[in-house]
Structures are given as structure tokens and as C-alpha cells.
Write a protein that binds this ligand. Structure first.
Ligand code: PHE
Length: 773
């Protein structure tokens, strides 16, 4: 190979020596070597220094199609037909049945007068033929496109035998150091070369710093089930749950059943349902005093229960088995909690359990359970339902149904169902209940302690999310490696808004339509308000604004003012609203007030002056009244959100600083009080970008985890590398809203440089002057 390429290089150089200037295509023809090889040789010579000068260019050329290549190789169909005919000829029907592309072949062979019909037979019409088509295609395959006249090429193109392509070629001339003798360059300096001194006479290949590294780096991949487990774990952690240790796959019947007040005759304990362990067959120890209390509760009762009234057998309880549910782990954990002194706690586990089941498309003898346990004083069923709803909402399932059920260890018990869009029916997703006193009291837990719990399988949602309907494609030896390598990290849509989510995931048209209706309602309410104020102020609105059909739910009567009330939590002051209030009050008679709701004991001087020192005009003469109410609604992320309502159109309730920003800037801009922050920017692309940022700021920065926040700040830092503002080349609504959010979360000081500089620059702009209190 090495010498061969060296030979081609030499031939190329001698061609140039003879002719001066040549194209790589001509060289290929001259030395009868495929063009690609000549290009390779030219590149190698070029890398040696100034031996040749090279200019790259494009040229249209022709190439055989796949079919054309077979013709070049084996002959045209008509020639193949001719050659296949015996002296007696063949019946037409037989040719049509057996010969590939019989119609084309027959047609062309007849047209060329190579064959003729005799009755039902086709026979040769001449002794020998010349297959010009094959010769032509051979020339084209060899790169000699000029050998075929253009008209014929057009015909071959129609027959899909050849196609037009752009080929890159090189124009080569002599360089300043032109020579026809090239020496092979060494790729490596070896120990031997140094020892013998041979290196002195060698020339070496220069390092290629442009060489690309290996593109794809192989690394470990999490199995889809484990990816999903990581996401569920994250949800539990976000909700304040602590993970239980689940590393004991072999468990005693005592913890798996007896501790859970499951009678020893219960069918689930049968070896047809449970795998018992042969070695070691028995557990070493169970806390004796606790065991005695469990025995008593089962056999004679206690704590207000009559028990099951049977002879409880210690031997049965000591049997080892593969745990059949993670509730065994919860039992151990709750016993420990009782021993250490009870305090309200939330626990979760996600791990493997085993059942002796008949295997089918959706069942294996092992699967994963997700279990949540909430321990507190006086919990009731509504607490359990609340936690379960909150948990499922985080994975995008909002329409849960609860069905009364029976478990030996819970009362009441409820199975959980969710509507599956794909299957179009309600599917069971889990089980839940309040642990019975017969289970908790023997552990030593006080009698006013109640414990609610729920269990869900991990495989079921995984199959739904990855669109798998046979469990064996997800678990076990038949799993395809590609599933693990190629599947995107499955992300539960944790930020999906209520109106958008539906069971089975995905944003449905229905949900979107509802959202659109909501927005349209709000808009038309706003329009009527605007029209009202405009008429009061003697402003003529643009045709398009004034004539939109108003479906307002309550058009304010003449003389009524535009009354906007904003509720906000003093721990999260919505600073960006001040920017918009400024725009509005600069043109309209605006009354601005601050109130304190009874849920707020005290607010600082600054917050009381939220609208600034000079807060507008008297209410009796104003057009717009902006009232800010400091209110504390709770500690959850969503109850910290500000909200806006417009009176008397109380149906208009807008939630979140980003949405309030949108609303107020629309209000300002439809009154021709251009703030230049939002709608006024004519480019829909920029508006879409602003919207995207407002939503991202809300979901990732405000409501996200610390990781989400960090990645969002990083992304805007990168964005600010390219331009001075978040969206487009001008300041927009996105800038003050994001700055406000960063300020509330106290993230400005720790932010990377671009972000800090951008905050400073924005605060210096007149429009943002009073952003900070
Ligand atoms: N252990 C139950 C099961 O295996 C699930 C469950 C957990 C039920 C907690 C109630 C409370 O199906």
C-alpha cells in the first residue's frame, strides 16, 4: 500500500512536470487510476511543503446508479436477454415469467432489432451483438464521461442508470520547491533511528494538529429502569422523603408477613406465591420481646383487636424467603423508629421484590416496587390521598382514581388507578392504605401515631414511557443493547402545568385548546378594559385593536376604573412589576397602594414603599389603580408565587411574575404606552424567544431544583456571551423578570461574570432604574 501510494505520487508529479498545469481529473485519466486515489496522492504531496500548488474546485460529473453499476458489470438487460436465448428461442410467456426486467429487456432488444417474434416465440435476429450500453456505463464508471454523447447520457439518466453529481477536484501546478522525486516521510522517530544516527537523513511527517479525535466516546449507560428509578428517587427527595436501606433481598417471613399482621394461613404465604430460601432456610434472630407481642396480637389479639385466634407458629415466622414486597423494609424501618423514639418521618424505597408468578408478557418473577411511607400524628385518608396526588402530579398523572381494597396490614386500603390514553382504559398503578394498629402498636409506636403508605411498580410506568409492551424487552437476557445505548434519558415532565397534563403523558390537543380558551378569555376581558379607558382618555385605538370581537365576561360600566390587585409574598418581592408600573403611571393617571394581609405580621419599610415614594394619584381621579397586597399563603414553591386579578373582572386570575409581566406589558402596549419590552417588538421570532425565556425562568429558575437553577444560569451566561440581552438585541420583558427572580433567590452574587455584568448594565438603563427597591 505504502509503495503503491508512493508510485501514484511519483506519476502525478511527472504528469505535472510534463504538462505544467493539470486537473486531478485529467491526471486520473492520464495515469489510469481512480480519481479518489489521485486526490489522496495530491493531498500527500501538498503536505510535504511547496512542491505543488493546489486549488480546489467543483465540477458537475456523472456517476452510475446502483442499477447502472450492475449494467456496467454484467451487461444491459437487453444484452443479457439476447445472450440467454437458445437457437430455438423462448416463448414470450416464459421470458416474462423468468427474466428480470423482462419488459424493458424485450422492448429494447426488439427496438435494436436484436431479436424478433416468431409466433409465440422470441428468437435471435442476428448472430452477435455489441452491448453499447454496457460499454458506455463502463466508461462512466471509470470517470471518462466524455466518451458518452450528452444526448445518450440524458437518456441513461431517464432510465435511472446514471446520475449527475458534483465532484470536488483539484487544479495542480508546480510549486516553488517542485521536484519529481519524493522521499517517503517517516511517521515515527524510533529508538533504532536515534541509536544508528539514521534520523539525520530522514524527513519526518509534520504533526497534524487539525486531526479530529475519536468522535464518539464509549461510556457506561444506565439501564432505562435505573434511569427511571433515579428520577423517582429525585421526586421523593424533593418531597422531603428519606431513602430506606433495601439491601436485604433475603428476608424472614417474620418481617415480610408476621410483622405486617398477615396471618400464617394467608394464601400469599403459599410456596406457589412466595420463593422460600433453602439455604440458609431459617433466620438467625428476631427481637424476642417484639416477637412475643406479634405472636399475641395474631393469636389472641390486643390493642382493641381480637386478632386472628389461631396458634401462631414461631417456626413459620423464622423461615427465610425472597422478600415479596418492600413493605418488609418499611416494617423494619418503623420498628427502628419506634425503638429510637418516634418522630414524624417520611420514608421511601425503590427496589426489587420477588414473587412466584406465572410468567407472561407483563409479569416476571421479579420486579421493582416504589414505596412511600408517611408517619405522623393523627394522619387520615385525606392526607394519604393528598400525598399520592402530589406524587403522581410530579410525573404528569393528574386524574387518579381510588378504589377500596383489602390488605391484611392496612385499613382502609385503596388501589390506585390511572387512565391510560394508549390503552383507553383505567389501569391499576398501585396500592395504598393506613397501617393497622395491629401492625404498629406491637412495634411500640404510640396510639395517636398513624402511618400512611403507598406502593407502585416501577416497571409499569417504564413500559408506558418507553412504549414497550413485552416486559422481556425491558428486563432480562433478551434486552437489546441498543435500547440501553440509544434511549434518551427518560425525563418525567415535572414542570408540566396542571392544565396541560393528562395521564399517559404528552400534551393533548384538548388541554391546549382549554389553555387557548383561557388565554382568549383573559385577552378579551383586557380588550374591553382597554377600550373603556381609551374612550375615557379620548384616545383612538388602532382599527385592529378596537374592532376585535369582544367576548368579555364583564364590560366595566362607564366611570368604573381599571382596578388591578396583585398578591405577593414578602419573601419573594416581584421586582419586575415595578418596571411596568412605571411605564403605565408615566402616561395614565395611576393610583398605587400597598396593603398588608393579616397573614403577614410585619413588612419592612422598603416593602411598604413598593411602588416608590411618590405613589401616584388619588383613587377618586385615577384611570388605573394598582394595589399590592403582601400576603403569605404557605411555604410551598407555588404558594410563594405572586398573582394578579382584575376587578370587577374577577375571573381574570394570573399567576406568576412572568405572566403578570406579560399581562401588564400587553396592557401598556395596547394603550399605545409603548414599553418596548414585549409585543411592540415586531419580530415574532423575538417574541417567541422572550416567551420561551419567561417560561424557562419560571420552571427552571424559580421552581426548579438547585441543579436546574445552576444549569439555567449557566445557559443564560452562555447566551450573554453572544449579545447584551436575553432575547434579541434589545432589552425585553425577559431581562427584568429574570433579574428579579435571581434577586429573590439571591443568586446574583454567585452568578458567573456575564450574568453579573448584564445585571449591572440593565439596572443602569433608565427603564430598569427602579427595578431594585
Ligand atoms: N405492599 C403492597 C403490595 O405489594 C403495596 C402497599 C404498600 C400497600 C404500602 C399498602 C401500603 O402491593
Amino acid at each position: 500500500m505504502g509503495t503503491l501510494t508512493m508510485d501514484i505520487q511519483k506519476e502525478v508529479l511527472s504528469c505535472i512536470d510534463n504538462k505544467g498545469t493539470l486537473s486531478s481529473i485529467d491526471i486520473a485519466k492520464l495515469i489510469n487510476v481512480p480519481h479518489q486515489k489521485v486526490v489522496g496522492a495530491i493531498k500527500s504531496i501538498e503536505s510535504l511543503g511547496n512542491i505543488i500548488n493546489v486549488k480546489q474546485d467543483l465540477q458537475k460529473s456523472w456517476e452510475c446508479t446502483e442499477e447502472g453499476a450492475t449494467v456496467a458489470e454484467d451487461g444491459s438487460f437487453e444484452a443479457r436477454l439476447f445472450n440467454s436465448l437458445s437457437p430455438e428461442g423462448s416463448p414470450v410467456a416464459e421470458i416474462k415469467a423468468n427474466f428480470p426486467n423482462a419488459n424493458i429487456a424485450l422492448g429494447a432488444a426488439m427496438k435494436n432489432k436484436w431479436v424478433k417474434k416468431e409466433g409465440e416465440k422470441v428468437v435471435k435476429a442476428m448472430p452477435a451483438i455489441e452491448d453499447v450500453v454496457q460499454l458506455h456505463l463502463k466508461s462512466i464508471a471509470a470517470g471518462d464521461t466524455e466518451a458518452v454523447p450528452d444526448k445518450i447520457k440524458a437518456d441513461y439518466k431517464k432510465r435511472k442508470l446514471i446520475k449527475e453529481v458534483d465532484i470536488t477536484f483539484f487544479e495542480v501546478t508546480r510549486g516553488s520547491d517542485f521536484t519529481t522525486t519524493v522521499t517517503k516521510q517517516e511517521g515515527e522517530l524510533t529508538k533504532e533511528m536515534i541509536e544508528s544516527g539514521l534520523w539525520k537523513n530522514k524527513s519526518f511527517k509534520p504533526f497534524n494538529f487539525q486531526a479530529k479525535g475519536r468522535l464518539e466516546q464509549r461510556s457506561g449507560h444506565l439501564h432505562p429502569l435505573m434511569q427511571l428509578r433515579a428520577e423517582f428517587r429525585q421526586i421523593f427527595l424533593e418531597m422531603g422523603f428519606t431513602e430506606m436501606p433495601t439491601n436485604n433481598f433475603v428476608e424472614s417471613a417474620f418481617w415480610n408477613f408476621d410483622a405486617l399482621f398477615q396471618p400464617q394461613q394467608h394464601p400469599a404465604r403459599d410456596c406457589h406465591d412466595t420463593f422460600y430460601v433453602a439455604e440458609p432456610a431459617r433466620t438467625l434472630s428476631v427481637p424476642e420481646d417484639y416477637l412475643q407481642r406479634v405472636k399475641k396480637t395474631h393469636s389472641v389479639g390486643g390493642y382493641g383487636s381480637t386478632g386472628y385466634q389461631y396458634n401462631w407458629d414461631r417456626d413459620e415466622a423464622h423461615k427465610n424467603l425472597l422478600r415479596t414486597h418492600t413493605t418488609a423494609v418499611s416494617a423494619r424501618m418503623l420498628y427502628k423508629l419506634a425503638q429510637e423514639g418516634f418522630k414524624p418521618s417520611k420514608f421511601f424505597s425503590i427496589d426489587r421484590v420477588y414473587r412466584n408468578e406465572t410468567l407472561d408478557a407483563t409479569h416476571l418473577a421479579e420486579f421493582h416496587q416504589i414505596e412511600g411511607v408517611i408517619a405522623d400524628y393523627n394522619l387520615g385518608i385525606k392526607h394519604l390521598m393528598g400525598v399520592i396526588n402530589a406524587f403522581f402530579e410530579k410525573i404528569g398523572i393528574t386524574n387518579l382514581r381510588f378504589k377500596p381494597a383489602y390488605n391484611p396490614y392496612t385499613e382502609p386500603s385503596m388501589e390506585l388507578f390511572s387512565y391510560h390514553q394508549g390503552l383507553k382504559r383505567w389501569v391499576e398503578v398501585g396500592n395504598s392504605g393506613i397501617f393497622r394498629p395491629e401492625m404498629l402498636r406491637p412495634m411500640g409506636l404510640p396510639d395517636n401515631v398513624t402511618i400512611a403508605a403507598f406502593g407502585v411498580s416501577l416497571e409499569r410506568p417504564a413500559m408506558i414511557m418507553y412504549g414497550i409492551d413485552n416486559i422481556r424487552e425491558l428486563v432480562g437476557p433478551k434486552v437489546k443493547m441498543e435500547l440501553i445505548l440509544d434511549n434518551p434519558v427518560c425525563t418525567l415532565n415535572k414542570f408540566r402545568r396542571k392544565e396541560q397534563s393528562s395521564s399517559g403523558g404528552g400534551v393533548t390537543v384538548e388541554a391546549l385548546t382549554k389553555r387557548q380558551e383561557l388565554i382568549l378569555d383573559r385577552l378579551s376581558a383586557l380588550q374591553s378594559k382597554v377600550a373603556h379607558i381609551a374612550s375615557k382618555m379620548g384616545i383612538t385605538l388602532e382599527e385592529s385593536v378596537a374592532s376585535r370581537p369582544s367576548q368579555a365576561t364583564g364590560i366595566p360600566k362607564p366611570g368604573e376604573l381599571f382596578d388591578i390587585v396583585i398578591y405577593a409574598d414578602p419573601r419573594r418581592p416581584p421586582y419586575s412589576i415595578r418596571v411596568l408600573a412605571n411605564v403605565i403611571s408615566s402616561k395614565l393617571k395611576t393610583c398605587m397602594r400597598v396593603h398588608c394581609h393579616s397573614t403577614v405580621k410585619e413588612v419592612s419599610e422598603k416593602l411598604q414603599q413598593f411602588w416608590g415614594e411618590n405613589s401616584g394619584v388619588d383613587r377618586s381621579v385615577c384611570d388605573v389603580c394598582l394595589t399590592l397586597v403582601w400576603r403569605q399563603n404557605g411555604d410551598s414553591p407555588t404558594s410563594l408565587l405572586p398573582s394578579l386579578s382584575v376587578s370587577p373582572l374577577s375571573a381574570t386570575q394570573i399567576c406568576g411574575e412572568h405572566n403578570i409581566g406579560r399581562y401588564l406589558s400587553r396592557l401598556a402596549e395596547s394603550l399605545s404606552l409603548s414599553s418596548n419590552l414585549y409585543e411592540c417588538l415586531s419580530s415574532p421570532v423575538v417574541i417567541a424567544e422572550i416567551d420561551e425565556h419567561l417560561d424557562q425562568c419560571h420552571a427552571r429558575l424559580l421552581l426548579g431544583t438547585n441543579k436546574d437553577r445552576a444549569s439555567y444560569v449557566k445557559s443564560i451566561n452562555a447566551k450573554l456571551e453572544k449579545g447584551p440581552f436575553i432575547a434579541g438585541s434589545n432589552i425585553s420583558l425577559a431581562d427584568p423578570v429574570i433579574i428579579s427572580t435571581l434577586l429573590q433567590l439571591r443568586l446574583v452574587d454567585s452568578a458567573p461574570n456575564n450574568v453579573q455584568n448584564w445585571v449591572k448594565a440593565c439596572l443602569n438603563l433608565p427603564i430598569c432604574q427602579n427595578l431594585i427597591l
